[in-house]
Design a protein around this ligand. Structure first.
Ligand code: 8YV
Length: 319
C-alpha cells in the first residue's frame, strides 16, 4: 500500500504526475482553497500533506491532525504558516523548499526595485488608461539605482542571489544578518551589525528575512525614520515584516521615494491604502511563480516526503 499524500493546491502537471506515480495522491486540480476545518478534515486520512503557505497549520490545527500523518512537506521556503513547536511536540516532521526559488525570487526583487525606482506602476497606468498626453524631459523622472547602495536585510540564500543581481547594476552591497557571512559568501559586501546601521546607509533596502516574532513589524515608523531620505523599500519576503500604516506615512510624507512590494499583511488582497499611492509598485506574491521554480519546489517537497517514507532524514527538515 502506497502512503496517501494530500496536495492542498494545484501544482504543475509534472509534480502531479510524479506524486500520482509514487503515492496514493489526493490532488486539488480545481485549486479550491480549504477552510481551516476542511483542511483538518482532508488531513484525517493521509500520511503526508504537501501544503502551500496558504494553508495555516496553527497549534490548534496541528492538535487535530491524525496520528498517521508523518510529514508536512511545505511547498515554500517560508514556514511562518506552520507552528513548528507544535509539530515538533507531536513528532510531525516539517520541511520546506530552500534554494530552488532563490533565482526566481531575486528576479522579482529586482523587478520591484526597478519598478519602484523608475515609477513603473505610474507609467504603465498612464499609458494603459490613455492619459499619456504630454512628454517632456522633466516628465516621470525617477531614481537611478546604478552605483547606489543596495541594502539586504537577511543575507540567506535569496538575499545572496538578489545581492548578486544588484551587483550587476554596479550597486555596492550592504547587509544586516544575524551572523556575518564568510568572506567567500560575503563577496565584499559591507556587514552592518544592526538593522539601524544598515537602514541609515542604504539607498535601496530589500527584505529577505523570515517572518518570526523577532522580525514582525520591524519596518515601523522608527525604522523608516532611519532610512535615507528618498530611499526605496523592497519587500519580497513576508508582509508581516512591515507596519503597512507606517509605510503609507513614509511614502506620503516623501520620506521614502517609493516601495516595491510583492507581499502584504493581507493575502490575497493586499492593502488598499498602499494601492492608492502612485509611488508603490505592486505585485500579487509571485516571487517564485515561474514554471521552472514551481516544478523544482514541488519536486523538492516530494524529495522530502520520499525521504521520510524511506526512513531517511529529509534534506530540508525545519522541525
Ligand atoms: C510561494 C513563498 O509562492 O516560498 C515561500 O515562502 O512565499 C512563495 O515562494 C508559496 O509559498 C508557494 O507555496
Amino acid at each position: 500500500m502506497k502512503p496517501v499524500v494530500l496536495v492542498t493546491r494545484r501544482l504543475t502537471d509534472a509534480v502531479h504526475e510524479r506524486v500520482s506515480r509514487d503515492y496514493d495522491a489526493i490532488l486539488n486540480p480545481e485549486d479550491r482553497v480549504f477552510t481551516r476545518d476542511e483542511l483538518i478534515e482532508a488531513c484525517q486520512s493521509v500520511d503526508a500533506v504537501l501544503p502551500c503557505h496558504s494553508e495555516i497549520f496553527s497549534a490548534e490545527v496541528i492538535a487535530r491532525l491524525p496520528a498517521r500523518l508523518k510529514v508536512i512537506a511545505n511547498h515554500s521556503v517560508g514556514v511562518d504558516h506552520v507552528d513548528l513547536a507544535a509539530a515538533k511536540a507531536r513528532g510531525i516532521v516539517v520541511t520546506n523548499t530552500p534554494d530552488v526559488l532563490s533565482d526566481a525570487t531575486a528576479e522579482i526583487a529586482i523587478l520591484c526595485m526597478l519598478g519602484a525606482a523608475r515609477r513603473g506602476s505610474e507609467g504603465d497606468r498612464m499609458v494603459r488608461e490613455g492619459r499619456w498626453t504630454f512628454w517632456s524631459p522633466a516628465f516621470m523622472v525617477g531614481r537611478q539605482v546604478s552605483g547606489k547602495r543596495f541594502g539586504v536585510v537577511g543575507m540567506g540564500r535569496v538575499g545572496q542571489v538578489t545581492a548578486e543581481r544588484a551587483r550587476g547594476f554596479g550597486m555596492e552591497i550592504h547587509y544586516h544578518n544575524r551572523r556575518r557571512l564568510e568572506p567567500a559568501l560575503e563577496k565584499g559586501a559591507i556587514f552592518h551589525e544592526t538593522l539601524e546601521s544598515l537602514l541609515g546607509a542604504a539607498d535601496v533596502v530589500s527584505l529577505h528575512c523570515p517572518s518570526t516574532s523577532d522580525t514582525t513589524g520591524m519596518m515601523n515608523d522608527a525604522a523608516f525614520a532611519r532610512m535615507k531620505p528618498g530611499a526605496i523599500l523592497v519587500n519580497t519576503a513576508r508582509g508581516a515584516l512591515v507596519d503597512e500604516e507606517a509605510l503609507v506615512r513614509a511614502l506620503t510624507s516623501g520620506r521614502l521615494f517609493a516601495a516595491g512590494l510583492d507581499v502584504f499583511r493581507t493575502e490575497p488582497g493586499g492593502n488598499p491604502a498602499l494601492a492608492a499611492l502612485d509611488n508603490v509598485f505592486l505585485l500579487p506574491h509571485i516571487g517564485s511563480a515561474t514554471t521552472e521554480t514551481r516544478d523544482a519546489m514541488g519536486f523538492r517537497a516530494l524529495d522530502n516526503i520520499d525521504a521520510v517514507f524511506a526512513g531517511r532524514e529529509p534534506g530540508d527538515r525545519v522541525a
